[in-house]
Design a protein around this ligand. Structure first.
Ligand code: NAG
Ligand code: NAG
Ligand code: NAG
Ligand code: NAG
Length: 388
């Protein structure tokens, strides 16, 4: 607006000079820009209005208002104000075909007119993001982002994790609007599956700082992986063991096959989906259990070595080793804290001793200290137990 006004003043002065000082009457307008569907106000400013007829015409030179009276039946145009200072009309739901020059005419002995040019901009709709081909790990993905209507040409940008990706834009004119497309290509890995890509469209028809965005969730296909989790670490005869085969893969493998080495699965075994339940285990169930899954991109297999122990067996399971170490470290920490406490008590007793008489309950405190020290050696013993 500010810019429009700045340009207009010199023009007006020129026009006023050309019209000559004789009449003194003038009409003055400003160009108007509106977003499609929005509301535009066209103002004809009058100077030294003497009651002459004021006519407002649309770009097709049809009369909209004749000295304040509606002439054209289009309810989207409303006369907002008609005063000796100005005539103001309001156009709601502006359309592209409303574009053009609106005439403000003043019929005096010489008619004066000024043209207000209405420009209608078209804001982009939410872009449409499409993938060219199904993406597979190790390959490339090509995404296209399309905005069918915009005016002026919408700028399209791609983002991934707030970082901009470099796209290639192309546009073609379609009547008064532009059809814009941007494409982006990049390598994909299995980690990219589920990643979010954003296409953003922006032009002057949107309020500043605003944009239209569309999110696209990457769908990257990859070969499966498999891992077996056991319901317990140590298995004894009579136990029930549940093995779970955790599989990944896109498309997700829809079938999981359980096997045991060269042998068949125990008859009691029950395979449902990704779990294999082995109830009432006996040592004959020992063996290497496998789960397998596949999709069109590959095949995965996981192993689990089952060792069934006697019910009474004392097992030095691997997992118990870290517990012993953690226990030992804890015992050592407790011991150190007690030592520090004893040291503090000892110091405070010695300080007090220099001020107070020897009877002053110092003995009691020493007793406590001795007890604490004994506890400390307990802790020390405990620690040794853990290390054995
Ligand atoms: C108004 O728009 C018309 C057409 O685009 C242009 O020729 C004219 O210079 C503009 N006037 C002002 C004051 O900007
Ligand atoms: C035009 O309208 C204005 C405002 O209503 C009025 O003052 C003026 O007399 C009218 N002129 C004619 C010629 O009817
Ligand atoms: C499976 O059978 C083959 C031949 O019968 C043998 O060579 C192989 O060692 C067996 N594997 C297991 C795990 O028992
Ligand atoms: C199963 O494994 C355990 C531990 O190695 C062993 O004591 C037992 O004899 C095995 N049983 C069979 C049938 O192989």
């Amino acid at each position: 607006m500010g810019r429009a006004r700045r340009f207009q003043w010199p023009l007006l002065l020129l026009w006023a000079a050309a019209a000559g000082p004789g009449t003194g009457q003038e009409v003055q307008t400003e160009n108007v820009t509106v977003a499609e569907g929005g509301v535009a106000e066209i103002t004809c400013r009058l100077h030294q209005y003497d009651g002459s007829i004021v006519v407002i015409q649309n770009p097709a030179r049809q009369t909209l208002f004749f000295n304040g009276t509606r002439a054209l039946k289009d309810e989207r145009f409303q006369l907002e104000e008609f005063s000796p200072r100005r005539v103001r009309i309001r156009l709601s739901d502006a359309r592209l075909e409303d574009e053009g020059g609106y005439f403000c005419q003043l019929y005096t002995e010489d008619t004066h007119h000024q043209i207000a040019t209405l420009t209608v901009l078209v804001a982009p709709e939410n872009p449409v993001v499409e993938v060219r081909e199904q993406a597979v790990e190790g390959g490339e993905v090509e995404l296209s982002c399309r905005v069918p209507r915009s005016r002026p040409i919408a700028a399209l940008r791609w983002y991934r994790d707030r970082k901009e990706l470099k796209g290639v834009s192309s546009s073609r004119e379609d009547g008064k609007v532009w059809h814009v497309t941007s494409t982006v290509r990049f390598r994909v890995d299995r980690k990219d599956d589920g990643g979010i890509i954003i296409c953003e469209a922006q032009n002057q028809a949107l309020p500043s700082g605003h944009s239209k965005q569309t999110q696209y969730v990457l769908d990257v296909q990859y070969s499966p992986t498999a891992r077996i989790h056991a319901s317990q670490a140590v298995v004894r005869e009579g136990d029930t063991l549940v093995l779970t085969c955790a599989v990944t893969g896109n498309p997700r493998p829809n079938q999981i096959r359980w096997n045991r080495g060269n042998e068949s699965l125990p008859e009691r075994a029950e395979a449902v989906g990704e779990t294999l339940t082995l109830p009432g285990l006996v040592s004959a169930d020992n063996g290497t259990y496998t789960c397998e899954a596949s999709n069109k991109h590959g095949h995965a297999r996981a192993l689990y070595v089952l060792v069934v122990y006697d019910p009474g067996a004392v097992v030095e399971a691997q997992t118990s080793v870290p517990y012993a170490i953690v226990g030992g470290i804890l015992a050592l920490l407790v011991f150190l804290i007690i030592c520090v406490l004893v040291g503090m008590v000892w110091c405070s007793v010695r300080q007090k001793g220099s001020y107070l008489t020897h009877e002053a309950s110092g003995l009691d405190e020493q007793g406590e200290a001795r007890e604490a020290f004994l506890n400390g050696s307990d802790g020390h013993k405990r620690k040794e137990e853990f290390f054995i």
